[in-house]
Design a protein around this ligand. Structure first.
Ligand code: ZN
Length: 359
């Protein structure tokens, strides 16, 4: 009798190290199995390739590998940690780290071996990227398992030196499931200038990001981790003075990455808008309130919840332009000469405030 083979069967076969070539030639293939085999053929005739396996894992009609029924801790016996580390579930997370690393590199959000990623995988466990590897060229087997003190438990490559920051964030913010740190040029420019981007100009930024600025400390030190960790209660996007950006998500790694894209696009747009010689238009406090409602429904943090409409405007901290006057980090390096673009942004927004006041 002919066997019926589904995409899930093939996915299972590959996950167990099998070869798609071993599917009987006379088997009846479901439509999704046929699609999957075609994809596998394109990527290298049925050999168990990471990209194909990842695609298999997300093929429609297939189930994603599930996390352990009971969350692991660093106290679990080593064989249990190893079994988890080599499980299909963990393999899927490693593949996500590879994929997001590739996107960071392709968008020039990281340079050299810069940037790092972490995913919470247990009560006091995180999976993270290795040090001294370009984020654009990582492999799943490069990933490291660490406890919440930063001790490396598994993985052949050495863990990122900046893991302490990710761990501080996860400790201080129980909802932090995954975090992304990188050096995207426009957002980092604001961080170097010590300028918190003015708000109320683009909906995605208001809904997805809640931005704060952390003072400079040497990357990888516990002090740096603490300063960032102190901000994640009500902020999900932290500009790190003279360094870069770190974002977190309570849903998944990709959403943390989206925040990076959104804050970077926003900062870039502000820089361009500042050159048009026109005052920038902003939302009314009512319009902002509508966006904050959407944000709250999505479960995203923001320090502005509960403020009345008039407070949203009266509160200096939220007034576009006023926030731009925030001086550089008090303990940061001595400010360099003024940055013309950052100055242009400050100038444009200041003009706007003055114009409003004269109305
Ligand atoms: Zn960095």
């Amino acid at each position: 009798m002919k066997t019926v083979v589904s995409a899930r069967d093939i996915e299972e076969l590959i996950r167990n190290g099998g070869d798609a070539d071993s599917v009987p030639a006379d088997a009846i293939l479901t439509p999704s199995a046929r699609d999957l085999l075609r994809d596998l053929e394109t990527e290298g005739r049925g050999k168990p390739q990471p990209a194909a396996a990842a695609k298999a894992a997300s093929a429609p009609g297939t189930t994603k590998p599930q996390p352990p029924a009971k969350p692991l801790t660093s106290k679990n016996p080593k064989p249990e940690l190893e079994a988890f580390f080599n499980s299909p579930y963990c393999r899927d997370l490693k593949q996500q780290l590879v994929e997001i690393g590739r996107r960071l590199w392709e968008r020039a959000y990281v340079d050299g071996n810069g940037g790092n990623l972490a995913i919470r995988v247990g009560d006091d466990l995180a999976l993270c990227t290795p040090t001294l590897v370009s984020k654009g060229f990582m492999k799943p087997e490069d990933m490291c398992l660490v406890d919440f003190e930063g001790n490396q438990l598994l993985g052949s490559k050495k863990r990122t030196s900046e893991i302490l920051m990710h761990l501080q964030m996860m400790k201080q913010q129980p909802k932090d499931l995954a975090s992304v740190h990188c050096h995207p040029p426009y957002a980092t420019a604001f961080a170097v200038a010590g300028v918190l981007p003015p708000t109320c100009m683009i909906p995605e930024y208001e809904v997805f990001c809640a931005v704060a600025l952390a003072p400079y400390r040497t990357p990888g030190t516990p002090e740096m981790g603490k300063l960032v960790g102190d901000l994640v209660d009500k902020h999900n996007t932290i500009l790190m003075a003279n360094h870069g950006v770190v974002t977190w998500s309570h849903n998944n790694l990709e959403e943390a990455y989206w925040r990076t894209e959104i804050v970077e696009a926003y900062c870039r747009t502000l820089m361009v808008a500042a050159q048009l010689g026109k005052p920038m238009n902003t939302f009314s406090s009512g319009q902002l309130q509508d966006l904050l409602k959407i944000k709250q429904n999505l479960g995203f943090v923001d320090p502005r919840y509960g403020l009345r409409e008039c407070e949203l405007c009266d509160n200096d901290e939220w007034r576009p332009g006023v926030t731009c006057a925030v001086p550089g980090a008090p303990d940061g390096p001595a400010p360099a000469g003024p940055d013309p673009e950052a100055e242009a942004v400050v100038q444009a927004v200041t003009d706007q405030i003055l114009a409003k006041m004269q109305k």
